[in-house]
Design a protein around this ligand. Structure first.
Ligand SMILES: [Fe+2]
Ligand SMILES: [Fe+2]
Ligand SMILES: [Fe+2]
Ligand SMILES: [Fe+2]
Length: 403
């Protein structure tokens, strides 16, 4: 069934405010919830957080009083949505458990987007990035067993494999090589713009999360691993945000943000397994329809253009959390040794890459390597979850240490 968000009436803005009782949502069961329900919660928290920060940035450069007031009204509702969505997460989860869920989101959301992306240059950007977050999942899973004595399979539930991707130590590139070429807003398909916004938002919330939770651990290896991977998430935000055409007007960007919120809530409403969570997605979709209508009015008034000229006439097929095991294995087999040079990709380590590597590592093993060494020392082997057989890359197969 097709759904055009421009043709549906949502909840009027003056009826969207929730009181404390309505905001007090019951979190999902930490042991029984579908891991992909948690992934959808984390994704929507990222989307709402992006909506809020985008609106603040817009407000800071906007001279029109009435526009700032309308942004403030809608933004307050976005904040209530963010509070509702993120508070669905159960308080029992440790920081590291949430971290593992964040990297699972990065793998399976980016995996889906890469598979669906029609533009080859954009697709390559997602394929490149997904192999790095896939490796982060493996490093954190090893840390998790070391400091919490639990196994990541309880969390990822066999939906996502845990094994090396492009090794984290090789993600540290010269920052200028993280800037990609943007899509052209007049040529790109609407789905490409939505994909770029979604992945940018997800990576940005991961970056923010590690910035703040990293020092909450006492174990030196944990503190150090968060520093290292936190710096890579900075690279990922640079990588993905640079895909978006900077020539879009502020009003155009606002419309894209609200449209993407409609798309994501609609997608998750269609695919959610938990009825209580599904009801939240449905309620929020009905709020977003009104945000979109208001954003479209602003665009007509201030840009003098019809939003229909930049938007898809119907929502694309729903963004779906599902295993991407075979796809990731194929990417590992073919793209694990890529790095970036300027806005493109190469297989050879070039001079600027080598210089960055030697400056940041300073002849020492980085935390992402030491966490595996320390795990091997403690348990005799590293932690992996390879449900589909041997690692597709010979050099990344597990070395067993004899003791
Ligand atoms: Fe929202
Ligand atoms: Fe990551
Ligand atoms: Fe990332
Ligand atoms: Fe919104």
């Amino acid at each position: 069934m097709t759904f055009n968000p421009l043709e549906h009436r949502g909840i009027p803005l003056d009826r969207q405010l929730r009181n404390w009782r309505e905001l007090n949502v019951e979190p999902v069961d930490p042991d029984r919830a579908d891991p992909y329900t948690k992934c959808r919660i984390i994704t929507m928290n990222g989307i709402e957080t992006e909506a809020i920060f985008f609106s603040h940035h817009f407000s800071r450069v906007c001279p029109e009083m009435e526009v700032k007031q309308q942004l403030a009204e809608v933004r307050y509702i976005e904040q209530q949505q963010q509070k509702t969505v993120n508070w669905l997460l159960p308080g029992q989860s440790s920081v590291l458990e949430t971290t593992i869920a964040y990297e699972q989101v990065a793998v399976d959301l980016t995996g889906w987007v890469a598979r669906m992306e029609p533009d080859p240059y954009l697709k390559q950007a997602y394929e490149f990035g997904v192999l790095e977050d896939f490796d982060h999942l493996y490093r954190y899973a090893n840390l998790y067993e070391m400091i919490e004595h639990r196994k990541a399979e309880k969390l990822v539930d066999n939906l996502t494999e845990v094994m090396p991707g492009r090794p984290t130590m090789l993600h540290h590139r010269d920052p200028m090589d993280n800037v990609r070429t943007p899509y052209d807003r007049n040529q790109a398909q609407p789905i490409s713009k939505l994909h770029a916004l979604t992945i940018m938002a997800a990576e940005q919330q991961t970056m923010n999360f590690y910035m703040n939770v990293g020092p909450q651990y006492m174990e030196p290896i944990a503190r150090q691993l968060y520093q290292e991977i936190g710096l890579i998430e900075e690279e990922h935000v640079t990588h993905y945000e640079s895909l978006v055409d900077p020539g879009e007007t502020w009003y155009e960007r606002l419309v894209h943000h609200e449209y993407n919120e409609c798309y994501m809530y609609h997608s998750f409403m269609e695919t959610e397994s938990d009825p209580k969570v599904k009801a939240v997605w449905e309620l929020h979709l009905n709020m977003e329809l009104e945000h979109l209508r208001l954003a479209c009015e602003l665009m007509r008034k201030h840009d003098g253009r019809e939003p229909e000229s930049i938007l898809a006439r119907e929502l694309p097929p729903p963004v779906t959390f599902e295993p991407n095991k075979e796809y990731i294995r194929e990417l590992l087999a073919t793209q694990v040794d890529l790095t970036t040079l300027g806005a493109g990709y190469v297989r050879e380590a070039h001079e600027r890459f080598e210089r960055m590597q030697s400056r940041i590592h300073g002849d020492e093993k980085p935390p992402s390597e030491r966490v595996i060494d320390e795990h091997r020392e403690m348990f005799g082997q590293e932690y992996r979850l390879q449900s589909e057989g041997d690692h597709p890359v010979q050099s990344l197969r597990e070395v067993r240490v004899s003791r």
